[in-house]
Design a protein around this ligand. Structure first.
Ligand code: TYM
Length: 333
């Protein structure tokens, strides 16, 4: 049984990209692994957050994860700030990772843009905290979307350097688990951009709490091209928006792309989009309904996360204590 770790930022509302790229895999992996899932609020504050909203959205995203099928009784679900081991190990990793390594992180370059003077130093060392999240549990498998691949490579580099510097095989190698078909769900407005919470247009994404009418409207307005759906997957080459919608439909109905195209070849996007709306609603409406029920009891959600944090700390604290001992710190007593 492998130990799995993964995380999601509790900002905004989890969307279809998070679900298809990561969370649906988290749910499946629960069957035969020991899973630790984290709402990464320490990561969230690397960019400015409204404190009231951050608290509400941490609960909201916890409710969404449980509604998607994360089982907080059998596995661990918690908020990162409640387990201090993350910040303790992240500091050590700040001192292990090299400035040059972090300078090459494409997500930092994208997020920081040209005005690097103005971004927080937390944003720069963000991947060190991510490495700490995983290694604090000696997790070996990390289910994520494609955009996290480079961060996980860095997490391996950091572990390797730590092990080398201190002459021990302490942190194991980690393996990314990336679902090939849904590794990168794209924006509904622009097939060149990934679906993202930070996109200013809410029309670009399906939030997992969107109601039926909103889902229908967003899909009807989703960008497409004037050509009918092709007969084969090769016919989707160079048609990013069409490929994205076909990919979403395939994922929602549990089919291969070829089967979807066999059904819709030659059809225009109008009828296809109606079927896509139906599939999305069939899948997402129960998730939304369950999330709303959970949100009606915020104190209960807080208890679930706090109990998860206690169990997470019981795993992470001894590992981080040992990392601190290896570094040369006196015991805390
Ligand atoms: P975050 O919150 O941006 O996204 C959560 C998960 O959703 C995946 N994802 C996508 N997959 C496919 N298509 C998309 N458009 C899409 N958008 C997001 C992400 O790849 C991710 O798996 N840094 C991480 C959170 C994190 C973490 C960790 C993950 C913190 N510590 C340790 C793994 C291990 C993040 O910001 O994910």
């Amino acid at each position: 049984m492998a130990r799995i770790f993964s995380g999601i930022q509790p900002t905004g509302i989890a969307h279809l990209g998070n679900y298809l790229g990561a969370v649906q895999n988290w749910v499946k992996l629960q069957d035969s692994n020991e899973c630790v899932f984290c709402l990464v609020d320490l990561h969230a504050i690397t960019v400015a957050q409204n404190p009231v909203l951050l608290r509400d959205q941490t609960r909201l995203n916890a409710a969404i994860l449980i509604a998607c099928g994360i089982d907080p009784d059998k596995h661990i679900l918690f908020h990162q700030s409640a387990v201090h081991a993350h910040a303790r190990l992240a500091w050590i990793f700040n001192c292990v990772a090299r400035f040059g390594w972090l300078s090459r992180m494409t997500q930092f370059k994208d997020k920081a843009g040209k005005d690097r003077e103005a971004v927080s130093t937390g944003l720069f060392v963000y991947p060190n905290l991510m490495a700490a999240d995983i290694h604090a549990y000696h997790a070996t498998q990390v289910p994520v979307g494609d955009d996290q691949r480079q961060h996980l490579e860095l997490a391996n580099d950091i572990a390797e350097k730590f092990n080398h510097d201190f002459g021990v095989e302490f942190f194991p190698r980690i393996e990314p688990l990336i679902l090939p078909e849904t590794a990168r769900v794209m924006s509904l407005r622009d097939g060149a951009k990934k679906m993202s919470k930070s996109d200013t247009s809410d029309q670009s994404r399906i939030n997992l709490t969107d109601d039926v009418d909103t889902i229908a409207l967003k899909i009807r307005r989703a960008k497409t091209d004037p050509e009918p759906l092709p007969e084969t997957a090769e016919g989707l080459a160079g048609r990013a928006e069409a490929a994205n919608l076909v990919g979403i439909y395939a994922a929602m109905t549990g089919q291969k792309t070829a089967a979807v195209l066999a059904e819709f070849a030659g059809s225009g996007f109008g009828p296809f989009k109606e079927k896509l709306v139906e599939a999305l609603i069939a899948h997402l409406a129960p998730i939304n309904a369950r999330a709303q029920e959970l949100l009606a009891e915020p104190a209960h959600l807080d208890q679930i996360l706090q109990a998860g944090a206690r169990r997470a700390a019981a795993i992470a604290n001894p590992i981080v204590d040992e990392a601190e001992r290896l570094v040369g710190f006196l015991a805390r007593g």
